[in-house]
Design a protein around this ligand. Structure first.
Ligand SMILES: [Zn+2]
Length: 98
C-alpha cells in the first residue's frame, strides 16, 4: 500500500496503465515551494510583526510547519504532474516516443 513515499507505481492496480516511465522531474518541488510559501509567508510576516513569542519559538515553528506542509504536498504535487503528463500524452520520459 505505502511502498514508497515518492516513487510512483509502475502500473495502475485497476487497469494496468503504465505510470513508471513518466518523469515529473523538478515540477513537483517547484509547485510545493510555491504553495508552501504562499501559505506560510503571509502569516509569518503578520505574526512576527507582533513579537508574540521569543525568537526560538519562531525559529522552530515556521521551519517545522514548512517541513510538514512540504511533506504533505510534495507527493500530491508529483501525482498531479504525472497525471497531467499522462493526460496530455506528453512523452514525460527520457526515451522518445515509439
Ligand atoms: Zn487505471
Amino acid at each position: 500500500m505505502f511502498a514508497s513515499y515518492l516513487k510512483q507505481v509502475e502500473h495502475c492496480a485497476v487497469c494496468g496503465e503504465a505510470w513508471g516511465h513518466i518523469r515529473a522531474d523538478d515540477a513537483p518541488p517547484w509547485l510545493t515551494i510555491l504553495i508552501v510559501g504562499h501559505i506560510l509567508v503571509p502569516p509569518a510576516i503578520a505574526v512576527e510583526a507582533w513579537e508574540l513569542w521569543p525568537g526560538w519559538v519562531s525559529m522552530t515553528l515556521w521551519p517545522a510547519l514548512a517541513l510538514a506542509l512540504s511533506l504533505l504536498i510534495l507527493p500530491r504535487a508529483k501525482g498531479l504532474f504525472i497525471a497531467a503528463i499522462w493526460k496530455t500524452r506528453a512523452p514525460g520520459s527520457e526515451q522518445s516516443n515509439p
